[in-house]
Design a binder for this molecule. Structure first.
Ligand code: 5GP
Length: 140
């Protein structure tokens, strides 16, 4: 399995495709999932290229997971959630559809429905608003 440098998240990292950015540092980018399963569904990706967890450099994982924790805390606060679902798929057999390592962060409320994975495109105004809410929580 090889890394395709033209995958959609690599193109977002290069600025060729826009995203609703939540957070960025030297190792990591976080942005809204365009087909969110819940409001606040955020993707956290390393800037270093790998298809998924299986071929990632272990050195990438520490900073990535520290940022996943940061985004999870902020998303929980921003959406008044009781919990946070963190998930990650490796290869098509496991449900992966975009082949640049990414971690899904979903703020969760008890009893709230979860929409289908990679289902319906959200309104961009709403995604921009949600990204702003998480950014504000990060800054608070
Ligand atoms: P995977 O199945 O690979 O774990 O999930 C890929 C995720 O990327 C899906 O949840 C899907 O909604 C999201 N996605 C697909 N294309 C785009 C895109 O162009 N921009 C953003 N922000 N998310 C995308």
């Amino acid at each position: 399995m090889t890394y395709d440098p033209d995958n959609i998240f690599a193109r977002i990292l290069r600025g060729e495709i826009p995203c609703h950015k939540v957070y960025e540092d030297e190792t990591t980018l976080a942005f809204m999932d365009v087909m969110p399963q819940v409001d606040g569904h955020t993707l956290v990706i390393p800037k270093a290229p790998s298809r998924n967890l299986l071929d990632a450099d272990p050195a990438v994982l520490g900073p990535l997971m520290a940022n996943v924790q940061k985004i999870a805390r902020a998303a929980r606060q921003a959406f008044g959630a009781e919990g946070v679902l963190v998930k990650q798929f490796n290869e098509p057999a496991a449900g992966q559809t975009v082949f640049h390592l990414h971690i899904h962060v979903l703020p969760r409320k008890t009893g709230e429905d979860i929409r289908p994975h990679a289902g319906k495109m959200a309104d961009h105004g709403l995604l921009a608003q949600h990204a702003g809410m998480i950014r504000a929580a990060l800054e608070s």
